[in-house]
Write a protein that binds this ligand. Structure first.
Ligand SMILES: C[S@@+](CC[C@H](N)C(=O)[O-])C[C@H]1O[C@@H](n2cnc3c(N)ncnc32)[C@H](O)[C@@H]1O
Length: 191
């Protein structure tokens, strides 16, 4: 079911979706652990897709923590709302994160878990969303994003890595999750 929905979204808008299958649970666990979700008081997710990371974040965070998510695709937004009814998800662009955090009286958050397909984005969009992310992160806050190993050799994948190094004080790479389709790793970035 999820893979079919994902493929439909991909063929409708390949640049936004950026993947042909949902992320694996193993990648979701790595993302959530790397971001420090269990210790966070405020968490943001970008691009929920079919909700693999969303579910993992919801199951890991403390009950008191504020968690909001943004998804641009109305169909995927609906699917994840059904999968995770208790999570606050907005059907909007990640660029507008500041406005949505303010609705929850949060000016800056502890971590951002990004499911966005950065290597499919043109450079100006990469810069715009990354700028919005850095702005809402607390000093020392963590931004976590996954990348497919084949995407790192593409010009946009390389550009994204350069932008991360320019935007954060520290950028680390995890080991590769071979069980993911396609295999992926995470960038763990500290503001
Ligand atoms: C690779 S998929 C997410 C994978 C997700 N972890 C999963 O397992 O389903 C990328 C998602 O980012 C969403 N997206 C793309 N651009 C966006 C934007 N500017 N703001 C919010 N969501 C966006 C897409 O619609 C898609 O659902």
């Amino acid at each position: 079911m999820s893979t079919v929905d994902f493929l439909k979204a991909f063929f409708k808008n390949p640049m936004h979706t950026g993947a042909v299958a949902p992320s694996s649970k193993k990648l979701g666990r790595l993302m959530v652990k790397s971001a420090g979700v269990a210790q966070a008081t405020s968490i943001v997710e970008f691009g929920v897709g079919t909700g693999v990371f969303t579910e993992e974040i919801h199951n890991t965070k403390t009950p008191e923590a504020t968690f909001i998510a943004l998804e641009i695709n109305p169909k995927l937004f609906e699917i994840t709302k059904k999968r995770c009814p208790e999570v606050v998800i907005y059907n909007d662009d990640a660029c507008n994160v500041k406005e949505y955090l303010a609705k929850h009286n949060v000016m800056q958050c502890d971590c951002i878990v990004s499911g966005l397909p950065w290597a499919a984005f043109p450079e100006d969009l990469q810069k715009k969303i990354l700028h919005a992310a850095v702005e809402v992160l607390k000093p020392g806050g963590i931004f976590v994003s996954f990348a497919y190993i084949h995407g790192t050799s593409l010009p946009r994948g390389k550009k994204f890595y350069q932008l991360l190094k320019h935007s954060f004080s520290e950028v680390k790479k995890s080991s590769i999750v071979w069980a993911n389709v396609p295999p992926a790793f995470t960038y763990i970035c500290k503001k």
